[in-house]
Ligand binder design. Structure first.
Ligand SMILES: Cc1cc2nc3c(=O)[nH]c(=O)nc-3n(C[C@H](O)[C@H](O)[C@H](O)COP(=O)(O)O)c2cc1C
Length: 192
């Protein structure tokens, strides 16, 4: 049985080889507390057998949605070579150690920005510039601690669809499902 996570890694690397600018860019679909769908792009920072990890502001609408409904779907599209991957599963918070280690690897100004930006809140005048300047004064150089409102989520897949473009819309679609993270994948082909 083909492991869809291994195919994902191969396709992700193929996309980079084909010159796709941000092969880790993925649409993240969530359901907000009112039951409405919401979708936005985020960047994949890590993918392995445990799941697909991205980082964000924990006070943002996406984080609020994920706390209300801890399930999400991700969608990647790479062209060339004309491939789509959909990943669906339960969402878990990453550990503090994992978040600290990724946060510490970010450029200084990105770490400052994580403190300064109240993501998705209305922006009034020059308040962001002032918040950036104040944060830089507080952390002039060296270590910027990870803000308590900034961390990551891991989508633990139980459903992965691999879509590959074929002539005359006779695309290949392979759907993999599993009942638990340690259960084997089942596999079915879908009509295009
Ligand atoms: C290519 C791309 C990558 C992005 N990556 C991230 C990301 O990794 N984390 C993040 O919080 N926002 C990212 N954003 C911004 C989000 O799309 C979104 O504007 C922001 O997170 C607010 O979303 P929310 O209001 O639904 O929480 C990215 C935007 C683009 C276009």
């Amino acid at each position: 049985m083909i492991d869809p996570l291994i195919t994902f890694q191969k396709w992700h690397a193929d996309a980079a080889r084909h010159g796709v600018q941000e092969p880790g860019a993925m649409a993240l679909a969530t359901v907000n507390p009112e039951g409405f769908p919401e979708v936005r792009m985020v960047l994949l920072k890590h993918a392995d057998e445990h799941g697909f990890v991205f980082y964000t502001n924990l006070d943002s609408p996406k984080a609020v949605a994920l706390r209300a409904h801890p399930r999400a779907e991700l969608c990647f599209y790479w062209n060339p070579p004309g491939r789509q991957v959909r990943v669906s599963g339960l969402v878990k918070a990453v550990t503090d150690d994992e978040a600290d280690s990724y946060f510490d690897s970010r450029p200084y100004l990105s770490r400052i920005g994580a403190w300064a930006s109240k993501q998705s809140k209305p922006l009034r005048g020059s308040e962001l510039e002032r918040a950036v300047a104040a944060t830089m004064l507080r952390h002039p150089r060296g270590r910027v601690p990870r803000p308590p409102h900034w961390s990551g989520f891991r989508v633990v897949p139980d459903r992965i669809e691999l879509w590959s473009e074929k002539p005359f819309r006779m695309h290949d679609r392979e759907l993999f499902t599993r009942t638990a993270p340690d259960a084997p994948w089942s596999h079915v082909m879908l009509q295009p």
